[in-house]
Write a protein that binds this ligand. Structure first.
Ligand code: RAT
Ligand code: ZN
Length: 422
C-alpha cells in the first residue's frame, strides 16, 4: 500500500518507464526522404522526414514567436522566407534564445531536447550543434530519439491529398515497423468540388453531384488508400463551424465501419488567418459539441477519436464522452499543449472520465520533438495523477504500485490500442 509522501516520485518513475504509443504525429520514416544533410550523404530537398537542429529551431510555433519579437514591419515576411533554413534558424536562435529568455513552451522544448541529447543549450551560435546533427544517420537517430523519449510506436498522418506524399506512396514505400499509417483527407469533407476533381484525375468516376455512383467511387478511393497506407484509423482536421455532411455520413463513416477502424475528428482549426506565416498561419475557434454528440448518437457502430482546439470546448467534450462509449477524447492539441492547460484539462478529464481517456499525443512534426513533448507532458500528467492518488488514499483506498502501473499503461498506450480494436 502506498503512502501519499512517496507518490510524486513513484508516479514520475512509473510514467517514465511506460513506453508510449503516440497516436498523432506528423513524423515519417527515412523511406519518405529527408531534406536534412547528414552522414548518409542523402539529402532529398522535398523529403518528408524532418529531424535535427534546423527543423527544430524553425518549427512553425517558433516562426510565429519570432515575428512577435521582431515584427514584419522591421523584418519583412518575404525576407524571412527568402533565407535558407539554416539562416532562418540562426535568426530565430539569435532573437528568441540569445537576445531574449526562451520562456515560451515551444522555446523551452528546444532547450529540453538539446539538453537530453547531451548538447549545451546555452550556446550563442548553432554552428557546432549543426555539425553534430550532420554526423547522425537518420535511421539510427530515430531509434535513439524513440529510446530517449520512451516512445514505442509513432503514428503518422498520411495526407492523401498532398501530391508529394501521394506520389511517394504510389512509387512504393517499404513499411517501417516503428511507424503506423493514418489516412488523412481534410479536403474531402471541406472542399468537395476540388477534392472531387482530384479524385476524377486519379481515375475515380465521380461527378460533382453526390450520386450513388459517386459515393461508391469515393468509398473505393478511401478503401484503396486505407489499404495502401495500412491505415489504423482515418482522420480529418475541421474548422469550428463544421457540421456533418453527406460525404461523411454516406462514404467516410460506412468505410470506417466496414473496416472496423475509428474516425478521428480534430475540431476547431481555422486555417490561414495570417497567410504570410505559412505553416504558422492558423488559429483556433470555439466549435459546437452537438456536431460530435449527434454523430456519436446516430452512428453507434462507428468509433470516434475527438480532440478540440478551444479550451472552452474541453468540458463539454468530456461530458459528451460520459454519454457515448463510442467517443474517445484525446490529447491537448496544438495551442493547448502547454503545461497550464494540460494540467487543467487532464485533471478535469480524470475527474469526469476516470481512466477512460487518452490524455496526450505529441503532434510532433520534427522527430526530435518527441523528446520534449513527451517529457513535458509526462511531468504534468504525473503531477495531476499524484494529486488524484493522494485524494483517493485520503478517501480510504489502499493504492498499490501495480495499480499505478496499470493506469500509466492505459493512459499512454492501451486506451488507444483498445479503442482501435473496438
Ligand atoms: O499542431 C500542429 O502542428 C498543427 O499545425 C497541425 O498539424 C494540426 O495538428 C493538424 O494535424 O492539423
Ligand atoms: Zn497534427
Amino acid at each position: 500500500m502506498l503512502t501519499p509522501r512517496e507518490l510524486p516520485d513513484l508516479v514520475k518513475r512509473v510514467l517514465a518507464a511506460q513506453p508510449i504509443v503516440d497516436m498523432h504525429t506528423h513524423l515519417y520514416p527515412p523511406t519518405f526522404g529527408t531534406p536534412v544533410a547528414n552522414r548518409t550523404g542523402v539529402s532529398d530537398p522535398a523529403g518528408m522526414m524532418l529531424w535535427g537542429l534546423d527543423d527544430l529551431v524553425t518549427y512553425h510555433y517558433l516562426v510565429a514567436e519570432v515575428f512577435r519579437a521582431v515584427p514584419a514591419t522591421k523584418f519583412p515576411y518575404a525576407q524571412f522566407w527568402a533565407m535558407t533554413k539554416p539562416e532562418q534558424a540562426d535568426h530565430i536562435w539569435k532573437v528568441l534564445f540569445v537576445e531574449r529568455t526562451p520562456l515560451s513552451e515551444a522555446c523551452r522544448g528546444v532547450i529540453t531536447t538539446l539538453s537530453k541529447l547531451g548538447l549545451d543549450p546555452g550556446v550563442k551560435s548553432l554552428t557546432s550543434h549543426r555539425q553534430w546533427f550532420r554526423e547522425q544517420d537518420p535511421n539510427e537517430y530515430i531509434d535513439r530519439v524513440m529510446e530517449l523519449a520512451n516512445v514505442e510506436s509513432i503514428t503518422m498522418t498520411n495526407a492523401v491529398f498532398d501530391d508529394g506524399e501521394r506520389a511517394r506512396w504510389l512509387a512504393g514505400i517499404a513499411p517501417d515497423p516503428r511507424f503506423t499509417g493514418v489516412l488523412r483527407f481534410d479536403p474531402l469533407l471541406l472542399d468537395w468540388p476540388n477534392a472531387g476533381k482530384k479524385l476524377a484525375e486519379l481515375g475515380y468516376a465521380v461527378e460533382r453531384e453526390l450520386t450513388e455512383k459517386t459515393i461508391a467511387e469515393v468509398k473505393r478511393f478511401l478503401n484503396e488508400w486505407c489499404d495502401r497506407v495500412e491505415a489504423i484509423y482515418c482522420a480529418v482536421s475541421l474548422p469550428p463551424e463544421f457540421r456533418s455532411s453527406e460525404i461523411l455520413e454516406k462514404a467516410v463513416l460506412p468505410v470506417c465501419e466496414e473496416r472496423n477502424i475509428p474516425f478521428a475528428m480534430m475540431i476547431g482549426s481555422r486555417r490561414g488567418v495570417n497567410p504570410d506565416l505559412r505553416d504558422a498561419a492558423d488559429t483556433g475557434g470555439l466549435a459546437d459539441i452537438t456536431t460530435v454528440t449527434s454523430l456519436c448518437q446516430r452512428f453507434p457502430n462507428n468509433r470516434f477519436f475527438v480532440t478540440m482546439l478551444a479550451r472552452e470546448n474541453q468540458h463539454e467534450l468530456a461530458v459528451a464522452a460520459r454519454k457515448f462509449g463510442n467517443l474517445m477524447p484525446f490529447g491537448c492539441w496544438w495551442f493547448l499543449n502547454n503545461p497550464s492547460l494540460i494540467d487543467e484539462i487532464t485533471r478535469m478529464r480524470i475527474e469526469l472520465l476516470g481512466t477512460s481517456v487518452i490524455p496526450q499525443h505529441s503532434d510532433a512534426r520534427v522527430l526530435d520533438q518527441l523528446i520534449y513533448k513527451w517529457d513535458h507532458s509526462r511531468t504534468v500528467i504525473g503531477r495531476v495523477l499524484a494529486e488524484k492518488y493522494a485524494d483517493l488514499i485520503a478517501a480510504g483506498w489502499p493504492l498499490t504500485e501495480a495499480e499505478v502501473g496499470r493506469d500509466a499503461r492505459m493512459f499512454l498506450k492501451d486506451n488507444f490500442l483498445t479503442f482501435l480494436r473496438g
